[in-house]
Design a protein around this ligand. Structure first.
Ligand code: HPA
Length: 271
C-alpha cells in the first residue's frame, strides 16, 4: 500500500511541479469553495493512478491544485465514503498522498445532522473533537511505520490554535457559528430517533458519515486538522414540527457554504 501511495504522489509531483502545504477535503454539496481557488491543475479522480474508482456515475470527483489565501493548496472536490463500499484504506488513501505531497494541515468540511438542541439548520459547527462510531479504525492492520506510530495519541485531534483563530475570524465577519463534537457513523441510513438519542447521550453535537477516518489517518501522519460541519438538518427526535422544506435547506446550505469559504480562506491566509 505504501508503494502505491508513493507512486501516486510521484505522479502528481511530476505532472504539477507543485508543493501544497494545505490539503482540503470538501463534503457533499460543499464544493463551492473551489471557486475561490486560483486553479493551476485539475485532475478527475479517474486520471489519478491508484485513486479509488468512483462508484457513482456522473459523480466523478476532482483533485485541484492551486492558490487559496496566498498558500499552495490541494483540494478534493468530493470524497470517498465508507458507505459507498470502499475499504477504509481506500477512503483514506488521498490523505496519505497529501502527506507525501508536503501537506502540513488538512481542512475538512461535511454535511451533518444537528443533535444539539441549540443548533439551527444552516449553522456552521467548528469541530472540536470527534467520536469514531465506524465499525473499524482505518489504522487497523500492519502499521505504516513510514507515516506514523502504532498507537497515535488523540488528545488534541483538532488543532486548538486553529479552532481559536477560526472563532475569531467568524466573530470578526459576523458569521454565526457553533462548536462541538462530531460523531462519525457508517451510514448510509440516517439515524432512528433512538439512535439520535443515543448519539446525544454519548456526547455528540452533530452526526455524519465521513471525516473521522480521514482525520485519524491525517493525525497518524502528523498533519494538523481543522474541520467544519454544515448543519443541513436537525436530528431532534422529539421535534414534531413540520419538516424543513428541501428549498429551505438548499438556500440555507448556500449561505452556510459561503460563510465556510470565508472561514477556510481567512484561516489558510493566517497559517
Ligand atoms: N445523519 C447522518 N449523516 C448526515 C445527516 C444526518 O442526520 N445529515 C447530513 N449527513
Amino acid at each position: 500500500m505504501f508503494e502505491k501511495i508513493k507512486a501516486t504522489a510521484q505522479f502528481l509531483k511530476d505532472k504539477t511541479q507543485f508543493t501544497p502545504e494545505v490539503g482540503i477535503i470538501l463534503g457533499s454539496g460543499l464544493g463551492g469553495l473551489v471557486k475561490a481557488i486560483d486553479v493551476k491543475h485539475t485532475f478527475d479522480y479517474s486520471e489519478v493512478p491508484n485513486f479509488p474508482v468512483s462508484t457513482v456515475e456522473g459523480h466523478d470527483g476532482k483533485l485541484i491544485f492551486g492558490l487559496l489565501g496566498g498558500k499552495n493548496v490541494v483540494a478534493m472536490q468530493g470524497r470517498f465514503h465508507y458507505y459507498e463500499g470502499y475499504p477504509m484504506q481506500e477512503v483514506t488513501f488521498p490523505v496519505r498522498v497529501m502527506k507525501l505531497l508536503g501537506v502540513k494541515t488538512v481542512f475538512l468540511s461535511n454535511a451533518a445532522g444537528g443533535l444539539n438542541p441549540a443548533f439551527e439548520v444552516g449553522d456552521l459547527m467548528i469541530i472540536c473533537d470527534h467520536i469514531n462510531f465506524f465499525p473499524e479504525n482505518p489504522l487497523r492492520g500492519k502499521n505504516m511505520d513510514e507515516l506514523g506510530t502504532r498507537f497515535p495519541e488523540m488528545s488534541q485531534t483538532y488543532n486548538a490554535e486553529l479552532i481559536a483563530r477560526a472563532k475569531k475570524i467568524a466573530t470578526d465577519y459576523k458569521i454565526k457559528f457553533q462548536s462541538g463534537v462530531y460523531i462519525g457513523s457508517p451510514g448510509p441510513t440516517l439515524e432512528t430517533p433512538a439512535e439520535y438519542n443515543m448519539f446525544r447521550l454519548l456526547g455528540a453535537d452533530a452526526t455524519g458519515m465521513s471525516t473521522v477516518p480521514e482525520v485519524i489517518v491525517a493525525r497518524h501522519a502528523g498533519m494538523e486538522c481543522f474541520g467544519i460541519s454544515v448543519i443541513t438538518n436537525l436530528a431532534k427526535p422529539a421535534d414534531t414540527d413540520k419538516p424543513t422544506s428541501h428549498e429551505e435547506v438548499q438556500n440555507v446550505a448556500q449561505v452556510a457554504e459561503r460563510n465556510m469559504t470565508v472561514v477556510f480562506t481567512e484561516l489558510i491566509k493566517s497559517l
